[in-house]
Ligand binder design. Structure first.
Ligand SMILES: *Cc1c(COP(=O)(O)O)cnc(C)c1O
Length: 406
């Protein structure tokens, strides 16, 4: 494997996070002095002679544009390594190649619907044993078995925004010889660095905040351990779900504004939460730290900000069909992390793979709306959501057309 896969930070010149997102993978040292990394579409590279390959051989194994994308994502996480994939699910699926029949994994029950489905329909039939823990803050020695190989979690969790203590859970996992894997999609390395808190592997859907413009599908793994990196690099190359050169380029463009986007989104979130809490149609607003003062303290300790995804439940009698129909600017769509504000209903959309009773168990009901807050003017966002909620409260409203939110 080529040396170029190692991306140590230069300790002589540490950059702040808002510099790293812009300068984490400078395109210097290319032939023309281009400031933006070129897109290398070539699938194959000439050998120097019959016994000597150059730095690149074949697109699936190594690609210069992909390496730039991997480098910036690694640096933002203060990680030694990053591996780029064609989607967040590809990054997650490739991570789970590490586990074998007879292994046991503890997972938070409160995770992305597609990851939940992966446990149910892929790991289960492969005889990788797992337990879903409804509230990971209660995780204790008793939950670990002699064959427990990993703990898997998201914090803040999707879509309940529950917060779990990464450092504490990492310690507990390590005591039992298990890895801690964290899906850090909701905050990104700009706001939370799980590896620095003790996690062993971090996975991302870069389709969300890293790309930031709802126009690319990609995923990443970041980690520090060389042996585990070499193993996952082998699976990346062998299974082949790698990020394309074009998506790598789009990511490199998007990630440059990660800090300004998130700073603005957080400013908007901080205005939207009190506006929602005041609205008579709203029952409860969920954001990192809503659950308890303890979780608020953990969030403050381990992350630089709340991120840009919140949820809210509506009171009985409020018609969500009308709410979604009457929105003028904010769109009804899955996904998050783009510049535009989006709302969705997890039970019938992102979390449809869950059995209904499991969703009830983690507190996700049909009256819950997930809200990915964008970078628009905050007054426009608040005005749009408020007027649609007011109409949804009034049962006399007749819809222009039937809304099917499946
Ligand atoms: C979207 C998402 C994923 C899956 O990523 P894709 O890029 O859609 O494959 C995984 N985890 C979380 C938290 C997500 O939001």
């Amino acid at each position: 494997m080529s040396e170029q896969h190692e991306q140590p930070l230069d300790p002589q010149f540490p950059l702040h996070d808002d510099s790293l997102v812009v300068q984490g993978a400078p395109a210097r040292h290319n032939e023309y002095g281009a400031i933006m990394a070129p897109i290398f579409l070539s699938t194959t590279y000439r050998l120097e002679d019959i016994n000597t390959a150059g730095p690149y051989e074949y697109i699936r194994t190594e690609n210069p544009t992909r390496q730039k994308a991997e480098q910036v994502v690694a640096r933002i996480d203060h990680a030694r390594y990053a591996l780029g994939f064609s989607s967040g699910m590809a990054a997650i699926a490739t991570t789970f190649e590490h586990f074998h029949p007879g292994d046991h994994i503890i997972s938070s029950a409160n995770i992305y619907g597609g990851t939940y489905r992966f446990f149910l329909d892929i790991l289960g039939p492969r005889q990788v044993d797992y337990d879903f823990v409804t509230d990971l803050s209660t995780l204790s020695d008793a939950d670990f078995k002699s064959n427990t190989k990993a703990v898997y979690l998201e914090t803040p969790a999707n879509p309940t925004l529950r917060v779990y203590d990464i450092a504490k859970i990492a310690k507990l996992a390590h005591k039992h010889g298990a890895l801690l894997i964290v899906d850090n999609t909701f905050l990104t390395g700009y706001l939370q660095k799980p590896l620095s808190l003790g996690a062993d592997v971090v996975v991302y859907s870069a389709t969300k905040f890293y790309g930031g413009h709802a126009d690319l599908c990609a995923g990443f793994i970041t980690l520090n351990d060389k042996a585990l990196h070499d193993e996952l690099f082998f699976y990346q190359n062998t299974l082949g779900a790698t990020i394309s050169p074009f998506d790598s380029y789009t990511l490199l463009r998007g990630v440059r504004t990660l800090s300004v986007r998130l700073d603005r989104q957080i400013e908007n979130v901080k205005a939207v939460i009190p506006a929602l809490e005041k609205h008579p149609a709203v029952q409860q607003v969920l954001y990192p730290g809503w659950y308890s003062p303890e979780e608020a303290a953990i969030q403050k300790k381990q992350a630089k900000g709340p991120g840009a995804v919140i949820s809210f439940s509506v009171k009985p009698g409020v018609d969500l069909g009308v709410f979604f129909e009457k929105l003028q600017m904010v769109d009804l769509a899955v996904s998050l992390g783009g510049v535009e504000s989006l709302v969705c209903r997890p039970t019938t959309m992102t979390h449809a793979p869950y059995p209904k009773d499991k969703l009830e168990e983690i507190g996700v009901h049909d009256n819950l709306v997930r809200f990915a807050v964008g970078i628009e003017n905050k007054d426009d966002i608040i005005h749009d959501i408020s007027q649609a909620l007011t109409l949804a409260q009034n049962s006399d409203v007749v819809l222009d057309k039937k809304v099917d939110i499946q």
